[in-house]
Design a protein around this ligand. Structure first.
Ligand code: ATP
Ligand code: MG
Ligand code: MG
Length: 344
């Protein structure tokens, strides 16, 4: 199946070993081993990314910029095939080939605050070294991805169109979301504040999008499909949502949901070690707003999907999205309780 693709890259299929690799959820990923080098081959998920060419253009723009501005930075961009292209379109779909970072490991579940620190440092470093790049030039690979105003509108629309059964069941959650609309209002303030710039933001900061070396030090960030113009609260908030709590959004025993303050400090220290000199004073004031912003947005996305009969996220069991929404609301409540202390 891969023969054709390998040949396009000038690789001999008889001297190449291809194996599925990693725990990515969006794309198909394989490790390609040859006598000389190793690679990551990826088939782009075009259900999620409607225009793979836009991603490819973004990576080319960033690579060209960094090759001059910061050639030492380990920027993982696709290699060119024999025809010079870094994105291959075949009957089977869109493919790209990255250099495999030898000696790297990835972590699927955080085991220590040091990992949180290292990851936050890598995501901070990424935005820092690209601070001189005009973020607005990037293609938007997922429109309105973190647009909380739109997400809130979609949620109110879902409430209007929901079956009365699901609406009734979700009443308490809906009330909680509506009582915390100040979180949407703060987002409005942020996007209209001239001292809060659009930056080059990763937008998918889960822990397995960072590569670590053998000593558990962060090497670089990977999975750059969602790199788009955005606000720093997106990356910081996404780290808070996924690193602060020992339980994931799938947990239904809500007694396991709590905030690990030392992980907050690790995210703050790691991110600010890189970004303290880059962020404006206005941005810094919203550091702990970031957690509320992303957790709230995820809660309303799960709840909206439950109210719309699980059309977007799907459901592995009845009430799956309802439970995920409740999980995120419990996480938000835990976060709000500690909010004032977290920055001390
Ligand atoms: P997600 O579900 O996070 O969107 P994805 O499907 O987009 O993931 P990637 O994160 O790009 O896929 O890759 C999946 C895994 O493959 C990574 O978590 C990492 O373990 C491994 N990987 C990806 N690129 C490289 C690389 N250049 N070198 C080494 N390992 C890599
Ligand atoms: Mg990934
Ligand atoms: Mg991805």
């Amino acid at each position: 199946m891969f023969e054709n693709i390998l040949r396009i890259y000038g690789l001999n299929p008889d001297e190449t070993n291809v194996q599925q690799f990693g725990d990515g959820l969006i794309n198909h990923t394989w490790k390609v081993e040859t006598k000389k080098e190793n690679y990551i081959l990826q088939k782009v998920n075009t259900e999620v990314f409607k225009k793979p060419v836009d991603i490819d253009e973004n990576l080319t723009m960033l690579r060209n910029y960094l090759s001059k501005a910061n050639p030492e930075y380990l920027f993982i961009s696709p290699v060119s095939a024999s025809n010079g292209q870094s994105l291959i379109h075949t009957d089977a779909g869109y493919y790209r080939l990255f250099p495999f970072v030898d000696g790297s490991t990835s972590v699927n579940a955080l085991t220590s605050k040091d990992e949180a620190y290292e990851a936050a440092k890598q995501f901070g470093k990424f935005s820092k070294i690209l601070a001189g790049f005009k973020a607005e030039e990037l293609n938007i690979t997922i429109p309105n991805f973190h647009n909380l105003i739109l997400r809130y509108e979609q949620f109110t629309e879902a409430c209007r169109n929901s079956s009365s059964e699901r609406l009734e069941k979700a009443t308490e959650c809906i009330n909680f979301i509506n009582e915390h609309q100040d979180i949407v209002n703060t987002y409005r303030e942020i996007i209209s504040n001239k001292n809060i710039p659009l930056r080059v933001i990763h937008h998918d900061t889960k822990i397995n999008n960072v590569l670590f070396d053998g000593q558990n030090k962060g090497l670089c960030v990977i999975d750059l499909d969602t790199v788009m113009p955005g606000y720093f609260i997106s990356d910081v908030g996404d780290m808070m949502r996924t690193y602060l709590c020992p339980a994931t959004e799938e947990e239904t025993d809500f007694s396991k949901i709590h905030i690990r303050k030392e992980f907050f400090k690790a995210i703050y220290d790691g991110y600010m070690e890189e970004m303290a000199t880059v962020l404006t004073d206005d941005e810094k004031q919203y550091f702990n707003y970031a957690g509320k912003f992303i957790i709230y947005m995820q809660a309303i996305r799960f709840l909206a999907d439950y109210l719309q009969n699980d059309v977007y996220y799907g459901a592995k069991y009845e009430d799956h999205n309802f439970n995920r929404a409740k999980n995120q609301i419990v996480l938000l409540q835990a976060y709000l309780k500690l909010e004032k202390e977290l920055m001390n």
